[in-house]
Design a protein around this ligand. Structure first.
Ligand code: COA
Length: 363
C-alpha cells in the first residue's frame, strides 16, 4: 500500500543562548520559578532579541526601555537580521541534504509558522522563493504549536492519494520577536523561543515503514486561552496606533486554562490514536510530545502510564518553539539513536486555537 515515509529530518536554532539568569536580570523572575514550573533552563533567540535582552538587563528603567524598543526598534532600526523563513530555510536545507533530495525535486512545501515574516504572503511562499523555486505549491498552516502535526497529515494525504511523490513539511518560529521581556510579559516571555524543524516525506509503495494515522482536533470556543491579534480583523482597522498602545498586539495567555486543556486533550488524542490502531503504550517505542512544558508532559505520561524512558524531551534546552518543537525533537531523537529503523513513534501536539493532534508512524 502506498505510504509517505520520512526520508530526512533537519533542524535549526539561532546560536544565541538565553538562560533563565539573563531573563531574571530583565524581569522579576528566577531560574527556580521557571525550572520548577516548566523545566526550561535555556532557550535560543534571534540575534536581535539577544542584543535587546543584553541592553534591557542593563537598563535602569526596563519598562521605558522596552517601550522605546516597541516604538522605534533597537537603536532606531526595525529590520530583522534573522527572519522566521531564514530558520525554516536552514532546517529544510538540512532535511533535504539528509534525504538526498534536491529542492527542485519537491512537489509541495507545507509550512507552519505562528508569526510569519509578513502578514501575507505566508512563510511557506517566502521559503519557496529562498530555494529559487518558482511554481512548487507552498501551503501555509496556522495551527500554532500543533502546526507540524497538521502539516504532516495534510502532506500525507497528497502522497497517499498519488498526487505528490515528495513533500517538505516544516515548522518554524521566531517567537522571541513578539514578547515583552519586562514584568508585563513575564508569564509568556520565559516560555517561548526560536527554532525550526523539517522533514522530507517521500512516497513508498510497499513495506511497513511510513506514516500510519493522524488524529486532528480544534476547539475555537476558548479563544482567549492563547491568542494574539496584531493584524487581526477582530478590530477595525485591523492594525492601528491605538491597538498597539493598548497592548493588543502582544500575545495573551491564560496559563492555568492552557495547562488543564493541554493535559486533557493530549490524553484524549493519544488514547484515540492507540485505540484506532489497536495498540497499547507498550507497543510504542517512543513518544514525542510538543515541548511546551515538562510538567504537562509528565502529567500526560503519568496519566497514560508511559515510562520516562519512552519519551524524548529537549524543552530544557530550547523552551517552547511552537510548531518547530515536534520536528526539532524528532530530528534530535533520531540523531541521538533514540529512534531505530522499524520503531513505532507517536507524535502529539497541542496549541493555540485550541488545536491538537497526534500522528503515528513506523520509522
Ligand atoms: N516569573 C515569576 N513569577 C511569574 C512569572 C514568571 N515568569 N510569570 C507569572 N508569574 C506569577 C504570576 O503573576 C502569578 O502571581 P500572583 O500569584 O501574584 O498573581 C504567579 O506567578 C502564578 O504562579 P503559579 O500559580 O505557581 O503559576 P502556575 O503554576 O499556573 O504556572 C505557568 C504558570 C504559565 C508556568 C503554567 O500555568 C503553565 O505552564 N501553563 C501552560 C502554558 C503553556 O504551556 N502554554 C503554551 C501551550 S502550547
Amino acid at each position: 500500500m502506498r505510504k509517505a515515509r520520512i526520508v530526512g529530518t533537519g533542524m535549526a536554532a539561532p546560536s544565541s543562548v538565553v538562560d533563565n539568569h539573563l531573563l531574571s536580570r530583565c524581569m522579576n523572575t528566577s531560574d527556580e520559578w521557571i525550572v520548577q514550573r516548566t523545566g526550561i533552563r535555556e532557550r535560543r533567540v534571534s540575534p536581535d532579541t539577544y542584543r535587546m535582552l543584553l541592553r534591557l538587563a542593563e537598563a535602569p528603567d526596563k519598562i521605558a526601555f522596552m517601550d522605546e524598543v516597541f516604538a522605534q526598534g533597537l537603536d532606531g532600526k526595525i529590520d530583522s537580521t534573522l527572519t522566521v523563513s531564514d530558520l525554516a530555510f536552514d532546517a529544510s536545507s538540512m532535511a533535504l541534504k539528509n534525504a538526498g533530495v534536491e529542492p527542485r525535486q519537491l512537489d509541495c512545501i507545507v509550512d507552519s509558522s505562528t508569526v510569519p515574516d509578513f502578514a501575507y504572503p505566508h512563510t511557506g511562499c517566502v521559503l519557496q522563493g529562498k530555494f529559487g523555486l518558482t511554481s512548487t505549491p507552498a501551503i501555509c498552516l496556522q495551527q500554532g504549536c500543533a502546526g507540524f502535526i497538521f502539516g504532516l497529515a495534510v502532506a500525507d494525504q497528497f502522497i497517499r492519494n498519488g498526487i505528490y511523490e515528495r513533500v517538505l513539511v516544516v515548522g518554524a518560529e521566531l517567537l522571541s520577536s513578539i514578547f515583552d521581556y519586562t514584568d508585563r510579559g513575564r508569564d509568556m516571555a520565559v516560555l517561548f523561543a526560536d527554532g525550526a524543524g523539517a522533514v522530507v516525506l517521500q512516497a513508498v509503495e510497499s513495506g511497513e515503514s511510513g506514516l500510519i494515522s493522524h488524529h486532528l482536533h480544534s476547539d475555537g470556543t476558548i479563544l482567549d486561552g492563547l491568542s494574539g491579534e496584531v493584524w487581526g480583523t477582530s478590530t477595525y482597522p485591523a492594525i492601528s496606533k491605538k491597538k498597539i498602545e493598548e497592548g493588543r498586539g502582544r500575545p495573551r495567555m491564560n496559563g492555568r486554562s492552557v495547562f488543564v486543556q493541554a493535559v486533557r486533550r493530549f490524553r484524549e488524542v493519544i488514547g484515540v490514536c492507540l485505540n484506532t490502531n489497536r495498540l497499547t503504550v507498550a507497543d510504542v517505542d517512543l513518544f514525542i510530545f510538543h515541548q511546551a512544558n515538562i510538567r504537562i508532559i509528565e502529567a500526560v505520561a503519568d496519566a497514560l502510564k508511559i515510562p520516562p524512558g519512552k519519551t524524548f524531551n529537549n524543552v530544557e534546552r530550547y523552551g517552547n518553539t511552537a510548531a518547530a518543537s515536534v520536528p526539532m525533537a524528532l530530528h534530535e531523537a533520531r540523531a541521538a539513536g533514540r529512534i531505530k529503523d522499524g520503531d513505532l513513534v507517536l507524535l502529539a501536539a497541542f496549541g493555540t486555537g485550541f488545536s491538537w493532534g497526534a500522528s503515528l508512524l513506523r520509522w
